[in-house]
Design a protein around this ligand. Structure first.
Ligand code: NPQ
Ligand code: MG
Length: 368
């Protein structure tokens, strides 16, 4: 397969409610979509990077720049197939989210041309999945309880509360007390704590959480390992894991007993599957994280989350939890589950009218 050109498209999707985490507040998802044109047809993907480098060192304009100036030019000369993309980009350091977007668009085009779904290609074993919801920090605990109530009524199988210093024990205690012991409840700090907060975090043990996600800095595996030795609640890593090699290091150090896999954060769906495989080999459960994806990323994440080791519900909510209007047809919960797309490639394509309405800029990168 030969690459003929790449379109970079910026879209802006207003969120139905602001999403506040320890990193900041998001009201609009500015996303970068990638369309590859090849001699065998086209493929779509989205880049997980946000506007600002707060969750990860990557950011949207930087990702567009590295895709335009370095990644795409490295792919024009080669004979493309999904496994050829990462090796052709290996000499370029970092930029895993940008690389993931390009690899996924190639994967979509290649699978589409062969009539194979991403789910089947990756080794999916389920046709629909129970999913979770990530609940932002709210102004009041009453507002949090109302929000959690709505999501549980909608059928979500797991509720994740965003926490930060000053918004942790009390909201967690109130949610547990209000909704009972049977609700699968987790927390995510997005690196907001210091190692000296370990004793305070250990008090979360009282609330039967299924995990504490990423309390400390991404590069502080040691602090996570020390906390893991102090508390009963499992530690899950998100920001710390950017490759299968990182996953092995973290597991061997005892820094986590669960891994949140986000394809963008680890360089793509093929590396995501490798993390799934090494976690399974070590007996660790994994789940699929979320980056406020459009329907394109949501579709691909559902394919990944259908693999057998994804035994915990992911941050893959219905479209309506995030957006009134998306670039694809909406995903809806049916009996608390989302269907895994079964069509070729990622299984969805943008709806032309929605795509146009949400687009803020486009750019075409032609073959030389
Ligand atoms: C997490 N996501 O698990 C991330 C963090 C996150 C759904 O909880 C814009 C785009 C803002 C992506 C804020 C969820 C974001 C973002 C937070 C991702 O840590
Ligand atoms: Mg997280």
């Amino acid at each position: 397969m030969k690459l003929e050109g790449v379109e970079l498209r910026r879209v802006a999707l207003p969120l139905v409610t602001p999403f506040r985490t320890s990193l900041g507040t998001q009201t609009v998802r500015d996303a970068l979509l990638v369309r590859v044109a090849t001699d065998e047809g086209e493929g779509w993907a989205e880049c997980a990077a946000e506007d600002d480098p707060t969750y990860s060192p990557e950011y949207l304009e930087g990702a567009a720049d590295v895709i335009r100036r370095f990644l795409v030019p490295a792919l024009f000369p080669i004979d493309l197939d999904p496994a050829a993309v990462a090796p052709a980009l290996r000499h370029l350091r970092g930029h895993v989210m940008a690389k993931s977007a390009v690899e996924t668009a190639v994967l979509d085009a290649w699978l589409r041309a062969r009539g194979v779904s991403l789910a089947a290609y990756l080794g999916a074993v389920r046709r629909s999945l129970p999913v979770g919801v990530s609940v932002g920090i709210t102004d009041t605990i009453d507002e949090l309880l109302d929000t959690v109530d709505r999501h549980l009524a909608a059928g979500y199988a797991r509720v994740k509360l965003k926490i930060e210093p000053g918004w942790d024990l009390e909201p967690v205690a109130r949610v547990r007390e209000t909704f009972g012991a049977d609700v699968m409840l987790t927390v995510d700090a997005n690196t907001a704590y210091r190692p000296a907060d370990a004793r305070h975090l250990a008090e979360l043990d009282a609330y039967g959480l299924a995990m504490i996600e990423q309390p400390f800095a991404p590069d502080d595996l040691h602090a996570h390992a020390r906390l893991a030795a102090m508390i009963g609640t499992p530690i899950c890593l998100d920001e710390s894991i950017t490759s299968a090699r990182d996953a092995v290091t973290a597991i061997r150090q005892g820094a986590c007993s669960i891994i949140n896999i986000k394809p963008g954060r680890v360089g793509g769906y093929l590396e995501a599957r490798r993390i799934h495989d090494v976690a399974a080999a070590h007996g660790l459960p994994v789940w699929c994280g979320g980056m406020l994806e459009t329907g394109l990323g949501r579709a691909a994440n559902l394919a990944l989350a259908a693999l057998p080791g994804f035994t915990l519900p992911g941050d893959i909510s219905a479209t309506a939890r995030y957006y009134e209007r998306d670039v694809t047809a909406p995903f809806t919960l049916v009996n608390g589950e989302l269907a895994v797309p079964a069509g070729p490639g990622i299984g969805v394509t943008p709806e032309p009218s929605d795509l146009e309405a949400l687009t803020t800029a486009t750019e075409w990168i032609p073959a030389p």
